[in-house]
Write a protein that binds this ligand. Structure first.
Ligand code: NDP
Length: 403
């Protein structure tokens, strides 16, 4: 029987999730798109109807910070699953609404409190018992990274290794949008993420670094060498817990010189601040004001060229011998834009979110409680990546270029 989904958030990622769900009406029979600004939902619903016809997507205005509003919306539409692609700040209130109504939940980014830039799963893992008791499932972090990178790791561990020892997640955006400075997903969340200290896992403990202190020129397939910086990324926390054989786990992301120079200036002049500043009698959070003047990620699509390349480089042991494995996807910004009207970073997040939703609705991923993506069988998800626009490649026993 076709299912009903409620998508919360009508930004770049929400747009892609809605497009991709609308491509599979046999699974996603009814789609409701709700967000803070209803006209964004309406514009997406209209574009999808023009592209595919079929049953119209319903839209609603929702402030998901207010649990009672989300509860009322869920009660009026009775969705089988809530796909949260608003901002990380909304994770907990939306999980609360799912608990009240007994509805499955999923998201693509872990909860962050508004007043501290801090990425950790503790707040959401704390819902474990309540979700279990209610008999519902919460799937955390089902975008690309976290999400596909976690599935890639689970797939490698299942099929290629007896034990995985070293994991390097390598994330390159080799695209060009023609703007002097813009972020590829929500600027506030993005800048909070990349300005924090670096951190990686080594021999059973976390090692902290200054922001961008460690870098390396990493060779990406079809792209070539790109300067990549060691940053902390949230999937490391759940992956080292779920794969305790990991002796080292690191995350690398490319940034251009131009991006980093702008970022330094933004920080030096206080525009990355998250403490409110009183200006002409009004409290303004500098980073939120900056978001208002920067290009919106969903506007970057039309001139975006080049590729993203994200994958996992893994070392470990198989049948007593050392083994290496690299699995990755390259995604074209232009192709993403042609299909969904937005760029590759939103696309690479929205497609896995739709696939995760599909896994839950088809019962391929099931359970009661709070789960990270790597805890489920990676195989059906890997199959869908190939079918739904994010085909992957793999190489075994090569020089990974990571020391
Ligand atoms: P955008 O800023 O483009 O979109 C966020 C949307 O959420 C906007 O439509 C916004 O409304 C809406 N929203 C914000 N607050 C509320 C609220 N209180 N109630 C209802 N709706 C609200 O962000 P993106 O689409 O780029 O990112 C969406 C999510 O995806 C983020 O959590 C981000 O961290 C995550 N992400 C995950 C990645 C991964 O690989 N795992 C990669 C990239 C992003 P309004 O339009 O009014 O501002």
């Amino acid at each position: 029987m076709p299912n009903k989904v409620l998508i919360i958030g009508a930004g770049g990622v929400g747009r892609v999730v809605a497009y991709k769900c609308a491509q599979h009406r046999d699974i996603f029979g009814e789609i409701i798109l709700a967000s803070r600004t209803r006209k964004k939902c309406d514009a997406i619903a209209k574009a999808i109807h023009e592209a595919y016809g079929g049953k119209k997507i319903k839209t609603a205005k929702l402030d998901a910070d207010v649990v009672s509003q989300t509860v009322a919306l869920i009660q009026s539409y009775r969705p089988d699953l809530v796909i949260n692609v608003a901002l990380p700040y909304q994770d907990l209130p939306i999980m609360d609404a799912c608990l009240v109504t007994g509805t499955h939940y999923m998201d693509t980014a872990n909860y962050e409190p508004k007043d501290v830039a801090k990425f950790e799963y503790s707040w959401q893992w704390a819902y474990q018992d309540r979700f279990k008791k209610k008999g519902i499932l919460a799937l955390l972090g089902c975008g690309f990274d976290p999400g596909v990178t976690s599935v890639f790791t689970a797939y490698a561990a299942k099929h290629y290794f007896d034990e995985i020892h070293e994991l390097d997640i390598v994330d390159a955006n080799a695209g060009s949008h023609g703007k002097a400075f813009a972020t590829n997903f929500n600027p506030e969340i993005n800048i909070r993420e990349v300005t924090q200290k670096g951190k990686y896992w080594q021999n059973g403990k976390w090692v902290e670094t200054e922001p961008h202190e460690i870098w390396k020129d990493i060779d990406y397939p079809e792209i070539g060498p790109k300067r990549s910086y060691l940053i902390y990324h949230e999937e490391l926390e759940s992956l080292v817990k779920n794969f305790p054989s990991l002796k080292r786990a690191r995350f690398w992301m490319t940034f251009s010189e131009e991006y980093l120079t702008h970022l330094r200036v933004i920080q030096n002049i206080g525009m990355a601040g998250i403490e409110p500043v009183r200006y002409k009698g009004v409290d303004i959070v500098p980073l939120q004001f900056l978001k208002a003047v920067l290009p919106a990620p969903e506007e970057l699509g039309s001139n975006y060229t080049g590729f993203t390349s994200i994958g996992c480089r893994i070392k470990g042991i198989k049948d007593g011998k050392k083994r290496t494995y690299y699995v990755w996807n390259n995604c074209s910004h232009q192709a993403a834009y042609q299909e969904t009207g937005t760029q590759g970073v939103s696309y690479t997040t929205g497609v896995p979110a739709m696939i995760g939703a599909r896994m839950i609705l088809e019962g391929k991923w099931s359970g009661k409680g709070v789960f990270n993506v790597e805890e489920f069988n990676p195989d059906p998800f890997m199959e869908r990546l190939n079918a739904d626009g994010l085909p992957w490649n793999e190489k075994v026993d090569i020089d990974l270029g990571m020391d």
